[in-house]
Design a binder for this molecule. Structure first.
Ligand code: HEC
Ligand code: HEC
Ligand code: HEC
Ligand code: HEC
Ligand code: HEC
Ligand code: HEC
Ligand code: HEC
Ligand code: HEC
Ligand code: HEC
Ligand code: HEC
Ligand code: HEC
Ligand code: HEC
Ligand code: HEC
Length: 335
């Protein structure tokens, strides 16, 4: 009953004014979608009209915004959906017209500041994590974010010029700071120094820089192993590198593994298989075969291969003698 009388009442009220609709001829909707008989003023409680059926969904604070704040002439037509057509660009064109990159209609607060900086190729990491915006965006107080440039030198030229320990300019250091200073570092000190041009791994993982950079001089440091390790080379006994005539290019056999072990050494390819074949794992030191470490061309087989056994093994083998050079001559490649 209530429903029927309501509709009748509404029709009675509306019929006379149909022709007076302020909404223009294009609005083909039932007046009751929006109005009640009580008043022409809109009541959000009884409103049936769903704004989601238009091309512009009302979200966030727009849901509670007065229709007339957006639809000034009540024809509802030709209302622009671009944020900037209704909202002042407080940033004075410094971030472009696409407000939705940073804003939505909930509030003007911005929550994607870290992502924004990543997208701009300047993640706020390391020393830059917790700085106030104004430290970099010196016009941020006026909400203008003028382009700063991402290069470290743009903001740290004075720091570079002021360095004394070491003096960067005199040392001829690059102004591309991240060649040496990690962007993850929290200061300019040694902690954050990148040393990829000469990786400080394993035996070179040394905190005291002056072990290699004598007197704190970072320039002209040799990279050649022998330049820093000639004493180690000369002192070797097992094997004695000098008498073995090893090249001084340490890196051809060594990594920076502590204790210089293990070394890669192509003994098998060049001389006699010891890392493969019958002797793999059957010896402990080079000296097991090379009894004279002053001369690696001297070697023994018979310290291990006993005479009686060998004589038995070689019964009937013509030319057999129990002597190391002879063994090697007939067995250059036991496997
Ligand atoms: C999509 C919703 C909607 C529909 C449908 C609608 N109106 Fe309105 N109408 C409004 C809004 C919004 C206002 C402004 C209300 C306010 O001021 O609070 C309004 C105001 C009015 C006013 C008062 C004008 C004034 O200047 O205060 C009249 C009269 C009116 N509408 C008539 C109609 C008639 C007649 C129909 C049906 C043909 C109709 N409306 C359909 C939304 C609608
Ligand atoms: C925050 C701004 C905003 C508010 C508030 C708003 N609208 Fe809209 N409305 C728009 C925009 C923008 C469009 C245009 C979408 C499009 O291009 O069709 C639109 C479209 C419409 C249309 C369709 C017009 C057409 O020609 O297709 C109607 C009807 C309408 N609004 C009614 C209302 C009513 C009624 C209210 C209040 C309950 C309201 N709007 C509140 C922004 C708003
Ligand atoms: C058709 C006009 C119109 C469009 C388009 C529009 N808005 Fe609005 N918006 C308004 C009006 C009117 C208000 C309420 C009055 C005010 O606070 O400015 C409002 C309110 C807001 C608020 C709340 C402001 C506050 O102080 O609480 C935010 C945030 C907002 N809009 C963001 C947006 C964003 C983001 C877009 C683009 C996606 C957008 N608006 C598109 C008209 C519009
Ligand atoms: C690149 C990101 C970005 C874009 C794009 C952007 N804004 Fe902002 N906007 C901000 C930041 C950051 C703030 C400061 C708010 C904060 O600190 O949370 C802000 C604040 C605002 C405020 C609030 C000002 C105040 O006094 O508090 C308004 C209004 C605003 N923006 C409007 C816009 C409009 C309109 C557009 C599109 C023309 C737009 N913004 C585009 C980042 C952006
Ligand atoms: C350590 C310096 C630094 C700090 C601190 C910093 N920014 Fe930035 N910001 C930058 C740099 C660099 C860019 C890259 C764009 C450029 O060259 O200006 C940038 C870009 C932006 C942009 C523009 C993004 C775009 O896509 O258009 C906004 C907005 C912004 N920052 C807001 C902030 C806000 C808000 C804060 C504080 C929460 C902040 N920034 C803190 C250095 C900084
Ligand atoms: C847009 C300006 C800006 C850019 C670009 C920038 N910085 Fe900064 N940086 C700052 C500001 C501002 C501070 C805080 C004030 C200060 O300590 O100088 C800071 C602080 C630092 C600090 C800490 C200094 C200290 O004494 O604790 C380091 C380290 C640093 N930045 C390294 C870098 C590196 C590396 C780059 C390049 C990847 C870089 N910065 C690019 C603005 C910038
Ligand atoms: C070739 C490598 C290298 C480059 C490139 C480099 N630095 Fe350094 N920087 C160092 C070393 C090494 C130290 C000393 C670290 C330690 O032992 O404390 C240092 C220390 C510093 C210090 C603190 C020392 C002092 O005297 O104040 C500042 C500030 C500094 N660097 C700024 C910069 C800036 C700014 C850039 C880029 C414009 C830069 N550096 C580029 C290697 C480099
Ligand atoms: C194991 C030896 C070794 C240690 C330890 C070492 N460095 Fe180096 N460093 C080198 C060598 C070798 C070079 C030369 C690389 C080249 O020229 O390619 C070098 C180059 C540098 C350079 C570049 C100088 C230039 O002119 O470009 C800087 C800066 C540097 N080291 C800083 C450090 C700092 C800071 C430490 C301590 C944290 C350190 N190094 C520890 C061996 C070392
Ligand atoms: C032809 C390969 C080869 C070259 C080149 C080489 N080494 Fe070695 N080095 C070895 C072998 C094999 C060992 C023994 C490793 C094992 O027992 O596992 C060794 C062991 C060492 C040892 C430990 C043994 C001892 O007696 O102290 C030192 C130190 C050493 N090498 C220094 C150097 C230095 C310094 C250079 C370069 C100047 C160098 N080596 C070049 C093959 C080589
Ligand atoms: C700029 C000087 C420098 C250069 C170049 C250098 N080293 Fe070193 N190296 C050191 C210093 C200093 C140590 C630590 C002190 C020590 O053990 O001799 C060290 C340690 C080592 C160790 C560990 C020694 C142990 O007893 O545990 C190995 C292995 C080593 N270096 C191999 C190499 C190889 C291979 C090269 C060539 C690719 C090389 N080094 C180039 C300075 C250098
Ligand atoms: C199981 C026996 C055996 C072991 C263990 C062994 N070698 Fe040899 N090595 C030989 C034989 C056999 C030759 C070949 C001699 C020849 O060609 O004149 C040889 C050749 C060499 C030569 C070449 C000598 C020259 O002047 O032609 C060097 C250097 C050498 N070995 C170093 C080593 C080192 C270093 C070790 C320890 C890592 C080692 N050897 C372990 C058997 C051994
Ligand atoms: C450190 C002790 C040791 C030395 C030195 C040694 N060998 Fe051996 N050799 C062994 C052992 C252990 C085996 C495996 C067990 C076996 O067959 O007797 C072996 C096996 C062999 C075999 C048999 C391979 C097979 O097919 O079964 C031959 C051939 C051989 N050695 C030759 C030599 C020659 C040649 C030398 C000198 C250049 C030599 N060995 C030096 C310990 C040694
Ligand atoms: C004139 C060449 C010759 C000489 C010298 C020689 N051998 Fe042999 N050796 C042989 C022949 C041939 C065999 C039997 C072949 C076979 O059955 O594979 C053999 C068998 C062996 C075997 C048994 C291998 C197996 O495959 O069962 C060993 C171990 C061995 N010799 C080690 C030595 C040692 C150690 C010496 C030095 C003391 C030596 N040989 C000297 C030719 C020689």
């Amino acid at each position: 009953m209530y429903r029927l009388s309501f509709t009748i009442a509404l029709l009675l009220v509306l019929l006379p004014v149909m022709s007076q609709s302020p909404h223009g001829d294009d609005l083909k909707m039932d007046c009751a979608e929006c109005h009640t008989p009580d008043s022409w003023t809109l009541n959000f409680e009884t409103l049936q009209f769903d704004h989601g059926t238009t091309k512009f969904e009302l979200e966030g604070s727009h849901e509670v915004t007065d229709c007339k704040a957006c639809h000034t002439d009540l024809t509802f037509k030709d209302t622009s959906t671009d944020c900037i057509s209704c909202h002042l660009d407080v940033h004075n064109q410094s971030v472009g017209n696409d407000c939705m990159r940073c804003h939505n209609s909930d509030s003007w607060l911005v929550f994607n500041i870290p992502e924004l900086h990543e997208q701009n190729g300047f993640p706020l990491i390391g020393a830059h994590t917790n700085l106030g915006c104004i430290e970099c965006h010196d016009s941020a107080s006026t909400l203008v974010f003028r382009p700063l440039g991402n290069e470290c030198i743009e903001c740290h030229r004075d720091d570079y010029m002021a360095t004394t320990n070491p003096n960067h300019a005199i040392s001829g250091f690059s102004t591309d700071c991240i060649e040496c200073h990690s962007p993850f570092g929290i200061g300019w000190d040694a902690e954050g120094i990148i040393h990829d041009f000469f990786p400080l791994t394993l035996g070179h993982d040394i905190q005291n820089c002056t072990e290699c950079h004598t007197n704190g001089d970072f320039t002209n440091t040799p990279t050649d192993c022998f330049a820093c390790h000639s004493d180690d080379y000369i002192a070797t006994t097992n094997p004695n590198h000098q008498t073995a005539n090893f090249p001084t290019d340490c890196a051809s056999c060594h990594s920076t593994n502590p204790g210089w072990m293990p070394a890669t050494f192509d003994h098998d390819g060049m001389y006699f298989p010891i890392y493969s074949g019958a002797h793999e794992g059957e010896w402990n030191d080079c000296i097991d075969c090379h009894i004279n470490t002053n001369n690696y061309s001297v070697f023994t087989c018979i310290t291990c291969h006993e005479k009686n056994d060998m004589n038995d093994e070689h019964e009937g083998v013509s030319g057999y003698v129990y002597e190391s050079n002879a063994c090697f001559a007939c067995h250059p490649n036991p496997n």
